[in-house]
Design a binder for this molecule. Sequence first.
Ligand SMILES: NC(=O)c1ccc[n+]([C@@H]2O[C@H](COP(=O)([O-])OP(=O)(O)OC[C@H]3O[C@@H](n4cnc5c(N)ncnc54)[C@H](OP(=O)(O)O)[C@@H]3O)[C@@H](O)[C@H]2O)c1
Length: 293
Amino acid sequence: MPDTPRPTGAPFRPSILVTGAAGNLGREVVDRLRAHGAPVRGLVRDQTGPHPGAGQATGDLTDAAAVRAALVGIDTVFLIWPLLDSAPAHDLVAELVAAAPRVVYLSSTAVDDEAARQSDPVVQVHADMEALLRDAGLRPLVLRSDTLASNARGWAQQLRAGDVVSGPDMAPTAVVDERDVADAAVAVLLEQHGQPDDGPYLLTGPEVLSRTDQVALLGAALRRRLRFRAVTTDLARSQMLADGRPERLVEALISASVHRPASHRTTDHIERLTGRPARTFARWAVDRAAEFS
Ligand SMILES: NC(=O)c1ccc[n+]([C@@H]2O[C@H](COP(=O)([O-])OP(=O)(O)OC[C@H]3O[C@@H](n4cnc5c(N)ncnc54)[C@H](OP(=O)(O)O)[C@@H]3O)[C@@H](O)[C@H]2O)c1
């Protein structure tokens, strides 16, 4: 990070790279940073994708040359690592070390600091990424997010065909609105309330919800009687594979549904970072209802 002194009273305007910038969370972060007038560059794989405004840099996170080019002139990185393995991150970490930006890493509340191995591959990759960034001396500020409400977008297709969402059940957690995670990320990236402490911050929604709860709340927003039907892991696996999801992702999701424990933890960290309480899932469902019609 450049050590140029900041002009007194001027808003903090670092040049920020956001990875995963076309995704559910990344595009919310990019939009907010732009609205704040912060210089932001989104890294996307495909400039012609459904959210072209999100990107000014194109490339794969595993492509060192693309990452190096994306980092030019950047002094803060909001790192979303959407892969199911941390091994391909070694080149990226080397590029980060060379460019020396401030790094804010988006992790998972399911990471258990006491565990030798995490509950499932999705959580393991976050624990491994946190360690990789730390061990490289990057001193990442870690934002651990609970289950994103935007995952429910994956139900839209089923709900256009009927009133049942079927899939593998997941243990209840404090589902968090991706807009709140984005607001918290922006507060940290722009140091809106002064320099944040070292974290990790645990970003949760205000209430613990099962899949059944979430589907019912979505039904209330859509004025429909919706229900969740948990299916066996064998059926869930074959459904997800038939939907065209990559086998490795399917196995990771099945493993999460079987092994990830319930979490009854809610925190006030969204409020601490943004100055207002986290939104409810009911609010998310009302605001996103049009996406399910
Ligand atoms: N979902 C949750 O409940 C949850 C909870 C805690 C933490 N997280 C973390 O939050 C992240 C973001 O979640 P999300 O819902 O926004 O995910 P998302 O909508 O799937 O977005 C991920 C983005 O990453 C991009 N991407 C994938 N592989 C890439 C690669 N090799 N190089 C460059 N870009 C790549 C994708 O690009 P394309 O558009 O080209 O496919 C996509 O736009 C997750 O990946 C996870 O690390 C999620």
